[in-house]
Design a protein around this ligand. Structure first.
Ligand code: KIV
Ligand code: ZN
Length: 512
């Protein structure tokens, strides 16, 4: 059986995760990693949604080779032309167009009759096909649509030249057995379907997205749409790493696999988490911090005797290093740069130099530096936006019988600003002092702290989100001192805000 195609929609449906807001540069960086992962299709975005989104999709189409680059469009000519403009320079461009087919969506959202939906599909797919060869057509809310009507709509799409028909479980409503039947019904009733790709796109509202996608493969689907870490609208989408590793680990059962380079999974997962600010739950399958941890004595004993007793996937298969102690204070630039290479980073000499300075700073404070420390360092340093705001200095005073206070000095542009504030805790005081320095009125909406490694000298990584004028920005900070990690994360988010576009800058400088 041919490999199952992986259609990655991290940059489109994944970006629809509440509070996620990726810059064009961040989207491009994720696309580079997805190409290294060798997904078949990258859905780079929804070009008509904003100018920035259009530019991001175009930049990805221009640079990335290997995967097909898709742009999403509602089924109207304006959307379709805009999507085409954004992807047309790709080696293999694709227009992905969609319309809803369920009674609920047609009646209440679109206010269109079934006949009108059929006509819109005809015109939309024909328009897309006149622009580019690869056209995917999706019937939104397919799993709550009348199957006979759904087959009629798909028939029109296939007759008009769609090269892929996609069956979305838009609201995560279906079950594995039901979805399998639906895929079977569509295969049996749409003429010419054997010549097109049958794709499925599941949401995780009932926690069934992966199971439903795999069930569809058993029914003959040839493509799965998914996102890294399963991010996406509401409860998210089918998780890429889970379907890929299920197909690989149980190839004996499914009789097929994907072309994904699984050793890249861990790296892409971390990157997506870092840039979206969406943390990975510790017990998440495949990429969670506990996914390969054996806690109970019985399990540890079993694994030590024979790892197959409790391990169905080798950690190295997803690119997880064994966290050896590798480097320390006396390690030189060459050893550091070699280790980066072994860990799979392809960084320029200039970046190595920058990272080496940070590595030395860390080595002065931490005796043994593990692969995980290095990965955290690289992720936090390489994906920084240019710094308009620089943290020069902070001092925090806190205790169980004192009012926490913080003094902060920042450079905003070229002007130093120093302010003090008190707060409900040391981090609150610190953030209030930073707000006074920037003059911005931001709201902290999310804050999480995790230890990168174990031990008293572990690096702490803070991930947080702020909102400003209805827009959300994530920030990350890394330090052995959690207060410093918090300050760095907050300043990182503020820099992303400053960096986010002219209208935002105008508002922020007016406020500042
Ligand atoms: O969930 C959905 O229906 C979608 C479509 C645009 C494919 O994301
Ligand atoms: Zn979706």
């Amino acid at each position: 059986m041919a490999p199952v195609r992986i259609f990655d929609t991290t940059l489109r449906d994944g970006e629809q995760t509440p509070g996620v807001n990726l810059s064009p540069a961040e989207k491009l960086e994720i696309a580079r990693h997805l190409a290294r992962l060798r997904v078949d299709v990258i859905e780079a975005g929804f070009p008509i949604s904003s100018k920035g989104e259009f530019e991001a999709v175009r930049a990805i189409a221009r640079e990335i080779s290997g995967p097909v680059i898709a742009g999403l469009a509602r089924i109207n000519p304006e959307d379709i032309y805009r999507a085409y403009e954004a992807v047309k320079e790709a080696r293999r461009p694709m227009i992905h167009t969609f319309v809803a087919t369920s009674e609920i969506h047609m009646r209440y959202k679109l206010r269109k009759s079934p006949e009108e939906i059929i006509e819109m599909t005809r015109v939309g797919v024909r328009t897309a096909k006149s622009l580019t060869n690869e056209v995917e057509f999706s019937a939104e809310d397919a799993t709550r649509s009348d199957p006979a009507f759904l087959c009629k709509v798909f028939q029109v799409a296939v007759d008009e030249g769609a090269t892929c028909i996609n069956i979305p479980d838009t609201v995560g409503y279906t079950t594995p057995a039901e979805f399998k039947r639906l895929v079977g019904t569509i295969r049996a009733n749409v003429r010419g379907i054997e010549n097109v790709i049958i794709s499925v796109h599941c949401h995780d509202d009932l926690g069934l997205a992966v199971a439903n996608s795999l069930s569809a493969v058993e029914a003959g689907a040839s493509q799965i749409e998914c996102t890294v870490n399963g991010i996406g609208e509401r409860a998210g989408n089918t998780s890429l790493e889970e379907v890929v590793m299920a197909l690989r680990t149980r190839k004996d059962h499914f009789g097929t696999d994907t072309l994904v380079v699984s050793e890249q999974i861990y790296r892409v997962s971390r990157l997506v988490s870092a840039l979206t600010g969406v943390p990975i739950q510790p017990n998440k399958a495949i990429v969670g911090a506990n996914a390969f941890a054996h806690q109970s004595g019985i399990h540890q004993d079993g694994v030590l005797k024979e790892r197959l007793t409790y391990e169905i996937i080798r950690p190295e298969t997803i690119g997880l290093s064994s966290s050896r102690i590798v480097l320390g204070k006396v390690s030189g630039r060459h050893a550091f740069s070699m280790r980066l290479e072994e860990l799979g980073y392809s960084v320029s000499q200039e970046e190595v130099d920058k990272l080496f300075v940070k590595f030395k700073e860390l080595a002065d404070r931490k005796r043994d530096i593990s692969d995980k420390d290095i990965e955290a360092l690289v992720d936090s340093e390489l994906f920084r936006v240019p710094e308009c705001v620089v943290l020069d200095y902070y001092h925090v005073s806190a205790g169980n019988r004192t009012v926490p206070t913080a003094t902060v000095r920042l450079s905003v542009g070229s002007s130093p600003r120093e302010e003090a504030a008190s707060g409900d805790g040391p981090v609150d005081a610190l953030f209030k002092a930073i707000d006074r320095c920037t003059g911005l009125c931001v709201t902290l909406t999310d804050y999480s702290l995790r230890a990168v490694t174990s031990g008293k000298d572990a690096l702490g990584e803070v991930t947080l989100k702020i909102t400003h004028n209805g827009r959300s920005f994530s920030g990350r900070g890394l330090s052995m001192d959690v207060i410093e990690a918090s300050a760095r994360a907050y300043v990182d988010a503020i820099n992303r805000l400053y960096h986010s576009g002219p209208e935002e800058r105008a508002q922020t400088s007016a406020a500042g």
